[in-house]
Design a protein around this ligand. Structure first.
Ligand code: TYM
Length: 333
């Protein structure tokens, strides 16, 4: 049976290889299966939990759509829209905020990381962010949510919120309890500068990540400068656990060549990093260069991108407003 897929990406600047290998590549695969119904959301409401420049945000929303298309998401076979154009997301968030418990939110590790030491200064939005995420998913009766490893805890919270709403109001199975879809390997791509830290848009150094808009020279340069260790490449998977940078780079190569880590380890056993990095650059350029060129082409066609968002808005709004109306009736409005 087909799956109902929902996932979201924040429009906060350049998307990177982590977003691509951890999530978007999987969106494309799921979208190519005609049995599935897919909704891909540009989560602009989530983006403003951290202050954004309004003009940049507007551009970043379009750039995220351009990236979806450039990576191979088919707008004819999926709904692509931005969250703020569908009021049901905000409305459902309030209803679900009254069901979710403080104790649950206090356990969210992403809030702790993003808020940093001075939690008092974090926005309320950053704290309640996972409830908005639950609203996103539950409004569309999504059965499966493809994400990278870092979002797993948020999907588990969405499951808890759905179950509590159903129990509290005695409406068994009304909100569908979603499953996370997280790839077994390569669901967490690490920084090129530190193999123990996640590749992220908020990292200051651009050398820490491959952006999906990077050109060939920039990709080659970043891989050349990527952190390694002094040993030759290992003979076994076990040795990799002590060598985070080697593990990350070999993982990238495996994911890009649709291989598994064990095969990649066997391919490069005993080789030095410079030889391996050349191969890695080559497969990265082959995969990312066409995407980056397509993004640059699409980004100039604002009308086209806005039309995709408008079409998506109409379809999404219909589904979500219908669901939130039922939620409002259930709570007694
Ligand atoms: P965001 O915008 O931070 O990231 C988008 C997707 O990319 C994945 N990802 C990674 N995967 C592997 N390695 C990395 N280094 C890496 N960095 C990012 C993320 O796991 C994500 O799948 N809260 C979400 C967006 C969201 C959402 C939703 C997702 C809002 N509503 C509903 C699913 C369902 C976020 O900030 O993702």
């Amino acid at each position: 049976m087909g799956k109902k897929i929902f996932s979201g990406v924040q429009p906060t600047g350049n998307l990177h290889l982590g977003n691509y290998l951890g999530a978007i590549k999987n969106f494309v695969k799921l979208n190519n299966d005609d049995e599935n119904d897919c909704v891909f959301c540009v989560v602009d409401l989530h983006a403003i939990t951290i202050k954004q420049d309004p003009k940049e945000l507007r551009n970043n929303i379009r750039e995220t759509v351009a990236t979806f298309l450039a990576c191979g998401i088919n707008p004819e076979k999926s709904i692509i829209f931005n969250q703020s154009t569908v009021p049901a997301h905000s409305e459902a968030t309030w209803l679900l905020s009254c069901v979710a418990r403080m104790g649950w939110l206090n356990r969210m590790t992403q809030f702790k990381e993003k808020a940093g030491k001075d939690k008092e200064k974090a926005s309320i939005g950053l704290y309640s962010y996972p409830i908005l995420m639950a609203a996103d998913i539950l409004l569309y009766d999504a059965t499966h949510v493809p994400v990278g490893e870092d979002q797993k805890q948020h999907i588990e919270l969405s499951r808890d919120i759905a179950q509590k709403f159903n129990n509290d109001y005695g409406v068994e199975d009304f909100l569908k309890v979603p499953e996370p879809l997280i790839q077994k390997e390569f669901s967490r791509i690490m920084s090129l500068k530190d193999g123990t830290k996640k590749m992220s848009k908020s990292e200051i150094s651009d050398l820490s990540r491959i952006n999906l808009t990077d050109n060939k020279d920039s990709i080659i340069n970043k891989i050349k400068k990527a952190k390694t260790d002094p040993l030759p490449l290992p003979a076994s998977l076990n040795e990799l656990n002590e060598r985070p940078e080697a593990k990350n780079l070999l993982g990238m190569y495996s994911s890009l060549t649709n291989s598994n880590l064990e095969n990649t380890v066997n391919e490069f056993v005993g080789k030095n990093f410079s030889e391996f990095k050349e191969k890695l650059s080559q497969v990265l350029v082959e995969e990312i260069n066409p995407i980056s060129q397509e993004i640059k082409k699409l980004i100039n066609d604002k009308e086209f991108l806005d039309k995709i968002l408008l079409d998506g808005h109409k379809k999404a709004n219909k589904i979500a407003s219908n669901k939130v109306k039922k939620m409002q009736e259930i709570v007694g409005f």
